[in-house]
Design a protein around this ligand. Structure first.
Ligand code: ZN
Length: 299
């Protein structure tokens, strides 16, 4: 009987799941204390995990390891490189958390972890592109069962594909016209401001459109067109079986999925016929499930 911990480390809370044979047995959350350079974060996580083992009478030899997703780049050796949301600098995450818990640790980028979680939730076969639409636009790529990291740990940065938008907007990355500027929650809100001259949240834009507001629907058509084109470009390179839409914006559900699917089909390369456009199944738990897969699948 072996157990695995899956940890999704976010800027405000840490989600921790205890898994056995890929099944979630128990999950809990602790606050992320980012003050003082985020020094308390790993000791807090370690204490919560050891406490959970105590409660369930689980010994160290029964735990295969801890998979942990963090909001920033992590290299194969476990070195994190400036997770600005956590006030972290550069250090070895694997060694640091292992020293606290006495357990093997494998870290990964949070969007890549969410991609892994969703990929296995959808059957764990073939290739998939996961697109997370939140404050920004991120993503992860699973190619023939293997998480794609790339030469600089930045494979799957779908958000920084540039699109032929009418308004070239500046991106936080320093480029202009990245899809993140239009299709993130902030981007959609910004587009509503530009086209409707109204201060609306992303959710309000979707709610208006769903209730028949033509202007809001037009804003979203423009967003779906750009996002469908960015995803179609990524699919020219990867040729996945499916594209999975996640992140907070994906709570808009079928309205979003159908809109993106429509424009994906307009912009796709003809051989990508049959690529499915799907919605996240795990929601906020995707990162935690995927972190567990870092251990169980040896990613
Ligand atoms: Zn960018």
């Amino acid at each position: 009987m072996s157990y695995i911990f899956g940890v999704d480390l976010g800027g405000t809370t840490v989600k921790i799941g205890l898994f056995q044979e890929n099944t979630l047995l128990e999950k809990f959350e602790i606050p992320t204390r980012i003050e003082n350079g985020g020094q308390a974060i790993l000791p807090d996580i370690g204490a919560a995990i050891l406490d959970c083992m105590d409660r369930n009478a689980i010994t160290h030899s029964e735990v295969r390891g801890i998979g942990i997703g963090v909001p920033g780049p992590v290299d194969a050796q476990g070195v994190v490189n400036c997770c600005t949301n956590l006030n972290w600098g550069v250090f070895n995450l694997h060694e640091a958390l292992s020293a606290i818990t006495g357990l093997p640790v494998v870290g990964g980028n949070d969007a890549n972890c969410a991609a892994l979680g969703e990929y296995y939730c959808y059957g764990g076969e073939g290739s998939a592109i996961f697109v997370t639409l939140g404050t920004g636009v991120g993503g992860g790529i699973i190619l023939d069962g293997k998480l794609l990291n790339g030469a600089h740990g930045s494979a799957g940065e779908i958000g920084h594909i540039t699109v032929p938008a009418k308004d070239k907007l500046p991106c936080t990355c320093g480029k202009w016209g990245c899809i993140e500027c239009y299709a993130s929650a902030t981007g959609i809100s910004h587009m509503a401001k530009l086209r409707m001259d109204r201060e609306l949240s992303c959710k309000e834009v979707f709610d208006l459109a769903k209730n028949g507001d033509e202007k809001a629907a037009e804003v979203l058509e423009e967003v779906f067109d750009l996002l469908g084109e960015a995803i179609a470009s990524a699919c020219c390179v990867i040729d996945p079986d499916r594209v999975i839409l996640g992140g907070g914006v994906s709570k808009a559900g079928e309205y979003l999925r159908k809109g993106v699917e429509k424009y994906f089909n307009i912009h796709k390369f003809h051989a990508c016929e049959g690529t499915e456009v799907c919605l996240s199944r795990l929601g906020n738990d995707a990162g935690m499930y995927g972190a567990m897969r870092l251990i169980s699948q040896g990613q």
